[in-house]
Write a protein that binds this ligand. Structure first.
Ligand code: GCU
Length: 417
């Protein structure tokens, strides 16, 4: 039996194209008891929940259920936004039902030219809803904001005493090509990461939703910040299913970098997301730790100690020996479509490792009767490959570009229409 298992895992390493040097990648289709998953029903009823439990206890931490007290307040509707091309809505999500409690604002733009509910892309933003577009009606968040110092992606000189000002409107618009998204017939729904949880290791769990869940801290599987962002994406979805303007069966969850890590976990845990898009999510997102390339677990757990559960720290310096890896998180999205994207100069995210993880998740897609990722090796730059798993590596560095969005919209067209 043992020999057979070894043979299977060796075969798995070879078949994912990773070569001899790496330790065997754990096979998503082998149960913890060593038995192979026999059919789709067993995947959904046994193996998928088993993997979810493992990643919850060992990496992301336990998340609370949907709060019973949660309230939504639609505080803004403009049917004539973006020169009449879209309807803008803003919704306050009061997580504990209290107006002075933690609050997340959802910003939505819905195309006006569709004669039916709109498919949507839902993703968190780094620098506030008001930074996504210069539209003067977008509420400026009062949540804490990073200062502009050393920030290569966006000029945040508009931030005073860690609060956004009027001058911050649209500063991050280059990463959110709203006109293109709307013209292509998709709604965009977004919310600001700091409305949900503090991304500052110093204030970690003292702001946002964490203080209302004290029982979820002080334990090894504590509710980490990546899990909190993923949880908030599910709370956004709780609103979306009530809004008739959106086709809730066609919502893709999207995220870049740390927010891509959150989008992947949201898609893994919440099957209401019909598609998952991970833009350069890298370590603790889509890349494989087993390769031992790029950002490692030690760095994640020391520079961003709030991101993952305390239990994850025991794997520091054991990246290549992990009993699990991120291809299994990707496989939890199956059979729903998932897109993993890399950028060639984004070395910390290990583009080869992101591709290898997407490829290693393929076995579950094939097992469930879907296509996988139609590429044996990493494709040339700027060439999107799209099966049920999509992938591209584009030129340039860590960013979200119009090129990236065009591939995601094509992928959504392919799977949603
Ligand atoms: C840091 C971090 C990455 C993360 C990135 C981001 O570079 O090391 O893991 O993805 O920030 O969120 O931009």
């Amino acid at each position: 039996m043992m020999l057979k298992l070894r043979f299977l895992s060796l075969f798995f390493v070879l078949s994912t194209g990773l070569g001899w040097a790496q330790k065997a990648l754990p096979n998503p289709l082998i149960l913890a008891n060593g038995k192979r998953v026999q059919n789709a029903k067993q995947w959904h009823k046994e193996r998928r929940p088993e993997l979810l439990r493992m990643f919850t206890s060992e990496m992301y931490g336990q998340a609370p259920p949907r709060p019973k007290e949660m309230q939504f307040e639609v505080f803004d509707v403009d049917k004539n936004a973006l020169n009449g091309k879209a309807t803008r809505k803003q919704i306050a999500v009061y997580f504990n039902g209290k107006a002075d409690g933690p609050r997340m604002d959802l910003l939505m733009y819905i195309p006006n030219h569709l004669q039916r509910p709109a498919p949507a892309i839902l993703g968190l933003n780094f620098w506030g809803n008001h930074a996504v577009h210069p539209d003067p009606a977008i509420r400026i968040t009062t949540s804490w904001m990073e200062s502009g110092k050393g920030n290569p992606y966006v000029k945040l000189s508009c931030v005073t005493d860690h609060r956004a000002t009027e001058a911050c409107r649209g500063v991050n618009a280059a990463q959110w090509p709203l006109d293109t998204i709307i013209a292509r017939g998709y709604a965009l729904i977004t919310a600001y990461r700091e409305d949900i949880a503090s991304d500052d290791p110093k204030t970690g769990f003292q702001k946002g939703i964490h203080p209302i869940y004290p029982d979820y801290q002080g334990r090894t599987d504590n509710f980490g910040t990546i899990a909190a962002w993923a949880w908030a994406l599910s709370r956004a979805m709780d609103y979306v299913v009530t809004d008739k303007a959106i086709d809730a069966k066609r919502v893709a969850v999207f995220g870049w970098s740390r927010l891509g890590k959150a989008a992947l976990w949201a898609g893994a845990t919440d099957e209401r997301f019909a598609m998952v898009i991970s833009n350069e999510s890298g370590a603790g997102g889509a890349k494989l730790f087993h390769r031992g390339v790029g950002e490692n677990i030690r760095r994640l757990c020391t520079v961003f100690p709030h991101w993952y559960a305390a239990s994850f720290k025991k794997y520091m310096d054991r990246d290549t020996l992990l009993p699990f890896d991120q291809h299994q998180v990707i496989s939890l999205v199956a059979p729903r479509p998932v897109y993993i994207a890399s950028a060639v100069d984004d070395k910390g995210a290990d583009p080869q490792g992101e591709f290898a993880a997407a490829k290693a998740a393929e076995s579950v897609y094939l097992f469930l009767g879907k296509t996988g990722l139609p590429a044996q090796t990493i494709p040339p730059l700027n060439q999107s490959v799209q099966g049920q798993i999509g992938y591209h590596i584009r030129e340039g560095g860590h960013d979200v570009t119009l090129y990236d969005w065009k591939q995601y919209l094509n992928f959504a067209d392919k799977h949603f229409n």
